[in-house]
Design a protein around this ligand. Sequence first.
Ligand code: ADP
Length: 394
Amino acid sequence: MSKTIAINAGSSSLKWQLYEMPEETVIAKGLIERIGLPESVSTVSFAGDKQVVTKAIHNHTEAVSILMNDLKALKIIEHFSEITGTGHRVVAGGELFNSSVLITDEVAKQIEELSDLAPLHNPANVSGIHAFRALLPNATHVAVFDTAFHSTMPPVAFRYPVPNAYYDQYAVRKYGAHGTSHMYVAQKAADYLGKPLDDLKLITAHIGNGGSLTAIAGGKSIDTSMGFTPLAGIMMGTRTGELDASIIPYIMAKTGITDVSEVIDIFNKKSGLAGISELSSDMRDIIKSRDAGDEKAALAFDMFVDRIQKYIGQYLAVLNGADAIVFTAGIGENSFEVRKAIIDGLSWFGLDIDDSKNVVGADGIISTPNAKVKVLVIPTDEELVITRDVEKFK
Ligand code: ADP
């Protein structure tokens, strides 16, 4: 028996999914939240059962050790050695990594050194990596980068119009994010459309709490909305997305904030849907309040849709037309209201949604038969992509 675990370590969380391979069967999955806070919560779901434990978990190393011991205690595994592979989602791979790699001491160090590009994520990813390597010394450990799929972007898309030295000396450029998700749903879309991915022009919209859109030609990312860091692009749950950089010194001068990182923190954590609605970063709350007549929630919803429509417009231009638009992630998969609001405003481009297909639980093509550009909903599965990549190194 060979098991592989896919790990997604966030700044205060650790999401995992355990697979039986090569069958690709999910045996158990779980989430450890609020790591570093007094009441951390660890949830393990397996065989129709669920265990929820609340206790203090101080760091990611402790989280991994608790998770592994839970797997044994719940008899999901008998010995640690049954887990022969671990796959780690790493947010920033910089220009160093354009595909998944076997983790060595050197690779772990390089991922740590790339922390400037994802200060909340890469250090957490590295902690997870160290903890699993220590507990499973004989397993195959693989890093799967969120940025790798975007390494095919041409300079015209990835460069910023700033002095060359910033790129040459400091690698200031667009790196993108959600690469495994964009890649996975693009392939699935090709299956649904019954055409080779190589022949398709697609716009994939990964819209969750964080979100990004990608222009894909022939299976390759040629432009994406996230930038140097995950702050760029569309409006998000708590992030601004695109913004005029001059706002930063202006806000500092007006408010008396002297530390620029404080402003960036506000742009990352207190903006987006949360900043405009002053209610919530969660799209379900926004829609509920908007429907109850809340004007700020209505504005937040409309701005959110507007930014996505503008990126679709950009990418229709970049690709010179597209075969399909694919919606995925929390909002993209679940909110027919958001999908409808986006597509209804783009009828001139040959986009037309079929309301009877654009429903809760939609999976597959939701456009009308005559729509020039097809619209699809495809649930993403980043964990499966990660797990498949681990198998390639076993
Ligand atoms: P993350 O970027 O954290 O992985 P997810 O992809 O899980 O985020 O997406 C979370 C978002 O999905 C939240 O804003 C949540 O409100 C939204 N969402 C989930 N289900 C629905 C739904 N039925 N209707 C609208 N939004 C939903």
